[in-house]
Ligand binder design. Structure first.
Ligand SMILES: Cc1cc2nc3c(=O)[nH]c(=O)nc-3n(C[C@H](O)[C@H](O)[C@H](O)COP(=O)(O)OP(=O)(O)OC[C@H]3O[C@@H](n4cnc5c(N)ncnc54)[C@H](O)[C@@H]3O)c2cc1C
Length: 407
């Protein structure tokens, strides 16, 4: 039986599996049996965009809940490599290494936080890149009251003021105050080497500065870090800040397994794909999500985001089945772009367009962010086959609403 092998079950991989199952069910009359198999290193889909939040329980969606009802097989294992010549993928499972072959491959292995060679960074920093990293940070924060750190116990330094850095910096004052029992000794700093904090955020930039001021997050633009230990961080301006908590948010790069494909990758390590998500020059391989670079509106490259990863996944899934069945492939074209940044207790900020025009802010934008993080990006959780397949349709959703009524 031909096999579609999907590597990764994040926003791109999970939705590729649902999209593929949907196309297959629609093509049942073709009589062709095709196996869809997903390999992921966790038995759950991680809603990664919520890793800055304190309660991580709602961010785990068991793969069985989504994939079993639609007949998609899945296995927990770590992809070790990809042999595109022999069409085989070695996977480390609890029982040993298995060699899995494929007829068509969908690469959805996501991205990883980049760790440059800064002394002490790998050993002493925390991050919210993965759920495991976010859990480690939370355990560390909860242990602060009884830790050895007398000086700067409730000081945290966030390095990198992109979307992720801003979101975790916004959360930390309240989280630390809750753990310390008061805000008195809490200090949170947001450091970035750019001239301004959140410099790339267009009209949202001053809003973010305003929110940081209200949340008492100290901003250190134009600054980088020299080194860190488990008790302090030294900044490029010579200041040494005593802190046991440095959160690194220095940017993402495509999974290094993309290096194993015989194609030129972009500056973020992504595989070049055509409008139908097929890797250029490799007809039996599709790539999607943060592993892939598509011209999302025909001219601009996709952004590493769940905003683009989810439709890329649905289309990749649809197209990989259509390709195997000799049907027409569907090109993906997304003609809108929004950015919605969570600003903790202050609210959120919502911009539209590539130049990031301000649409809403504060409590109003927070309602949209909650809708996105709590519902819009989740697969149906009813366990009903029809609901799940319906959600996998190869369509581009409308932008998130910006006018949700208040409570
Ligand atoms: C804190 C945070 C906040 C964010 N906020 C936003 C936001 O507001 N909006 C937005 O659009 N984007 C946001 N992003 C970015 C977004 O999370 C990613 O772009 C998105 O997750 C990409 O989806 P993906 O499926 O390509 O990769 P991932 O979601 O990373 O999924 C990849 C999957 O592959 C698995 N995997 C990796 N390596 C292996 C291996 N060797 N073997 C087996 N399995 C493997 C992983 O475990 C994972 O399940 C945020 C990211 C973070 C960290």
């Amino acid at each position: 039986m031909p096999r579609i092998l999907i590597l990764g079950a994040g926003f791109a991989g999970l939705w590729a599996a649902v999209g593929a199952a949907r196309r297959l069910s629609e093509s049942a009359q073709s009589g062709k049996k095709i196996e869809i198999l997903v390999v992921n290193n966790r038995p759950f889909h991680s809603v990664r965009v919520r890793n800055y939040e304190q309660d991580l329980d709602p961010t785990r969606v068991p793969l069985a809940e989504v994939l079993d009802p639609i007949g998609v097989k899945w296995m927990e294992g770590v992809v070790l490599g990809i042999d595109t010549r022999l069409r085989k993928v070695p996977v480390q499972t609890r029982g040993g290494t298995e060699l899995i072959d494929y007829t068509r491959l969908v690469v959805a292995l996501g991205s990883k936080l980049v760790h440059p060679d800064i002394p002490g960074l790998a050993e002493h920093s925390f991050d919210v890149d993965t759920i495991e990293g976010a859990e480690k940070l939370q355990r560390h924060l909860l242990a602060l009251p009884s830790s050895k750190h007398d000086r700067g116990r409730y000081v945290a330094v966030v390095i990198g003021a992109g979307l992720t850095g801003v979101e975790i910096a916004s959360e930390l004052p309240a989280r630390l105050a809750g753990i310390a029992g008061s805000a008195q000794n809490v200090r949170v700093l947001l450091v970035d080497r750019s001239v301004k904090i959140a410099q790339a955020m267009g009209q949202a930039q001053p809003v973010i500065e305003q929110a940081m001021g209200a949340l008492k997050v100290e901003l250190k633009p134009g600054t980088s870090i020299k080194n860190l230990t488990d008790t302090a961080v030294e900044l490029s301006d010579g200041e040494i800040i005593e802190t046991p908590t440095v959160v690194w948010c220095g940017g993402m790069r495509a999974n290094s397994l993309t290096e194993q494909f015989p194609v030129a990758r972009d500056e973020l390590g992504r595989l070049p794909v055509d409008a139908c998500l097929r890797v250029q020059g490799l007809p039996d391989i599709f790539a999607t999500g943060d592993c892939a670079r598509i011209l999302i509106d025909g001219t601009r490259p996709s952004v590493m985001s769940c905003q683009h990863g989810r439709p890329m996944g649905r289309y990749a899934g649809h197209n990989v089945v259509a390709d195997l069945l000799g049907q027409a492939l569907l090109p993906l074209h997304v003609d809108w772009y929004t950015t919605i940044v969570d600003l903790g207790p202050w609210g959120a900020v919502y911009t539209e367009g590539w130049d990031r025009k301000l649409i809403t802010q504060g409590a109003q934008a927070k309602r949209t962010k909650r809708l996105i993080n709590g519902q819009r990006i989740y697969p149906p959780r009813t366990g009903r086959r029809e609901d799940i397949l319906q959600a996998g349709a190869p369509i581009v959703q409308a932008p998130p609403p910006d006018n949700l009524p208040g409570c």
